[in-house]
Write a protein that binds this ligand. Structure first.
Ligand code: NAD
Length: 321
């Protein structure tokens, strides 16, 4: 049995679907919180409910005993831990959401894993944000990560450190995946590709921070989700048994490139205004994926233009635009 936390989230939905389609049983958990529209989370769960082998529990992973009630520890063979309070801006106004979901939540998952006798591997979500505000990519896993630009990034780096300790003390096999701006169908409404699509289709004005020159290593979900499952199936043989691995496209694009891709996919011209960059938004992200390639054969294939076209097609179908 694979436990997927954050199964009603964007990445959790895609990973759960792929596991189920491969005939693997999944217990999904999620709090369905209202950081963004819970109806979208429920729609993802409805899509998973039709697949054999899926069970879901609405829980807060940070609550004592909640994970154990959802899945008795001796039944867990693998964990894909994706539940978290995501988003860098929200951490300016709701810092304690990050404390609970990301710090207490991660520790609960580690304690669950510590006493799960048949567990083979815990894979958890980290983030490109741990690299801080840099423009000298590509970022390598061996680079220093001690200057986070947001509380979100600080909590993700803290998760990596807690995992390192639990690998050393208790031998729990773990992989921390540093995701670089995942996007695609059933994605996240708080992210730029989603809000730009929504606004362009409605004829509303886009606000571009830092003159649209901020660069992101946009990674399409159909490149990322199979790599997460490949990671699950390749527990580290390292000593201690914990590794962090970048999952990114290794081909950054600017926000202006993103707008151009949305314009092309919608066939409409965007109205734009510029605003200064917020300090929590880093100037660039750029993954070196040598490690993911060596360990999992990771090879991102989908270009930003193609990925945005697929997202826009999904968006129009989902909302009947
Ligand atoms: N999408 C990206 O580009 C990206 C980039 C870097 C890292 N990540 C990380 O990947 C993971 C998945 O991200 P996503 O994009 O799917 O985000 P998401 O917000 O769509 O999914 C996270 C899910 O976790 C759930 N959750 C939050 N707190 C919880 C709690 N205390 N108990 C139970 N469930 C809880 C939420 O309801 C949500 O459904 C997160 O850990 C995120 O920080 C994502």
């Amino acid at each position: 049995m694979i436990l997927v936390t954050g199964a009603a989230g964007f990445i959790g939905y895609h990973v759960s679907r792929r596991l189920l389609e491969a005939g693997r049983a999944v217990v999904g958990v999620d709090s369905l919180n209202s950081y963004y529209d819970p109806a979208l989370k429920r729609a993802r769960l409805d899509a998973l409910a039709g697949l054999a082998g899926f069970r879901f529990h609405e829980i807060d992973i940070a609550s004592e005993g909640a994970l154990e009630n959802a899945l008795p520890r001796n039944e867990a063979r693998g964990i894909v831990h994706l539940a978290a309070q995501a988003g860098v801006r929200h951490s300016l106004t709701a810092p304690f959401d990050y404390e609970r979901s990301n710090l207490a939540g991660h520790l609960r998952v580690l304690e669950y894993a510590r006493h799960a006798p048949r567990l083979q591997h815990l894979v958890y979500a980290s983030s490109s944000s741990v690299y801080g505000d840099r423009s000298d990519g590509p970022f390598r896993e061996t680079d220093r990560c001690d200057a986070p630009a947001s509380l979100y990034a600080a909590t993700k780096r803290s998760c990596e450190l807690m995992s390192e300790t639990y690998a050393r003390l208790f031998g729990i096999k773990q992989t921390g995946l540093r995701f670089f701006t995942a996007y695609g169908p059933f994605g996240r409404p708080d992210m730029a590709y989603w809000s730009f699509t929504e606004k362009v289709l409605k004829g509303e004005t886009l606000t571009l921070y830092g003159e649209g020159k901020l660069a992101r290593d946009f990674t399409y979900i159909d490149d990322m989700a199979p790599a997460i499952i490949a990671a699950l199936d390749h527990p580290p043989a390292d000593d201690p048994p914990h590794v962090v691995v970048n999952l990114g496209n290794s081909n950054p694009s600017t926000v202006n490139d993103l707008v151009a891709a949305v314009e092309k996919a919608t066939g409409m011209v965007a109205k734009k205004e510029f605003a200064p960059r917020n300090a929590v938004e880093v100037s660039a992200t750029f993954a070196d994926v040598t490690r993911a390639k060596a360990r999992y054969g990771f090879e991102p294939r989908v270009s930003l233009e193609e990925g945005v076209a697929r997202f826009v097609r999904w968006y129009k179908g989902f909302y009947g635009v």
